[in-house]
Design a protein around this ligand. Structure first.
Ligand code: SF4
Length: 290
């Protein structure tokens, strides 16, 4: 069942621009997500056990956005809008409700730049509108060198289809996502891959990182983000249940790695960053957008 709500606001302004994604705003046309990834950080919420049950459409999102962007554009407060930070904007129900598409129409109307973050093949439906935004968006002055009003980042955590099915049960297959990236690149967009989260002991070996970055290059990505897993609350419990069922030998290793914090320890993160930078250099692909 899909819930419907009429929120009072839709555009979140960040206190500080995100260093990786370059967004000053974020916009979530839906609440929670049909793709149901086991590692999704939104599982910390009360809907964590099965995210499909809390699936919600923000019916008036385009109307609110029109009002909010009008105000921001009058003050010339242009900045990238992350679409989205806490849901999948092109999940299956978007095919029926079209809320993301209508929000993009507002973004085009007020000439804001947008950073699309997705695992979905459905983004291909909106490449026409995104092209218009890419050409006409007004960039914040300090990002004017970017010369693109649209950034498209396709998200993956693992290339192996069987393991992806365990951790991202309803999302399009990794190969379909890479093919989407190819279509996006053929459309002339600036686009990359977010390998977030890389799964400790499952998709983080040197060989796997090498292959992930090599493949991103093969599919013409301009940049690659590599980031680790965050586990907390009910999401952590669910993730551990999945580990017990599919990778029981990894449970003690995870307990050690996540013993103190919600993320792997510093040494783990430094090694991941070092390797990712090394392979990005090897394949001549950017480790960050800027
Ligand atoms: S696609 Fe993104 S928002 Fe949806 S469940 Fe997966 S990680 Fe969460």
């Amino acid at each position: 069942m899909v819930n419907k709500i009429f929120p009072k606001t839709i555009l979140n302004r960040h206190k500080k621009r995100d260093d990786w994604f370059l967004d000053d705003y974020s916009l979530n046309p839906y609440q929670l997500c049909e793709f149901n990834c086991i590692y999704c950080y939104t599982r910390g919420s009360k809907y964590g056990e099965n995210m499909k049950h809390g699936l919600t459409v923000k019916v008036n999102a385009p109307t609110l956005l029109e009002r909010e962007l009008l105000k921001r554009s009058k003050r010339k407060e242009y900045g990238f809008i992350a679409l989205s930070s806490a849901t999948e904007p092109w999940m299956y129900i978007e095919g029926k409700y079209g809320i993301t598409r209508k929000c993009l129409e507002m973004i085009a109307k007020f000439r804001f730049p947008v950073h699309c973050l997705t695992k979905s093949t459905l983004i291909q439906r909106d490449l026409d509108l995104l092209k218009e935004i890419d050409k006409n968006a007004i960039l914040p002055q300090d990002l004017s060198n970017l010369k693109h009003g649209v950034l498209i980042t396709i998200s993956l955590s693992i290339l192996d289809e069987k393991i992806a099915k365990i951790f991202e049960p309803n999302a399009p297959k990794p190969k379909e996502r890479l093919e989407t990236l190819q279509k996006v690149k053929e459309g002339g967009f600036y686009a990359g891959v977010a390998y977030i989260p890389v799964l400790p002991f499952i998709s983080d070996s040197d060989e796997q990182l090498n292959e992930m970055i090599r493949i991103a290059k093969e599919f013409q990505a301009d940049y690659v983000f590599v980031g680790t897993l965050t586990l907390y609350g009910i999401g952590k419990e669910l993730y551990y249940k999945i580990l017990e069922n599919h990778f029981p030998e990894l449970v003690p290793k995870y307990k050690q790695l996540f013993r103190i914090f919600n993320q792997p320890n510093k040494a783990f993160q430094l090694r991941l960053e070092k390797k990712a930078r090394e392979f990005c250099e090897k394949y001549e692909i950017k480790y960050k957008i800027l």
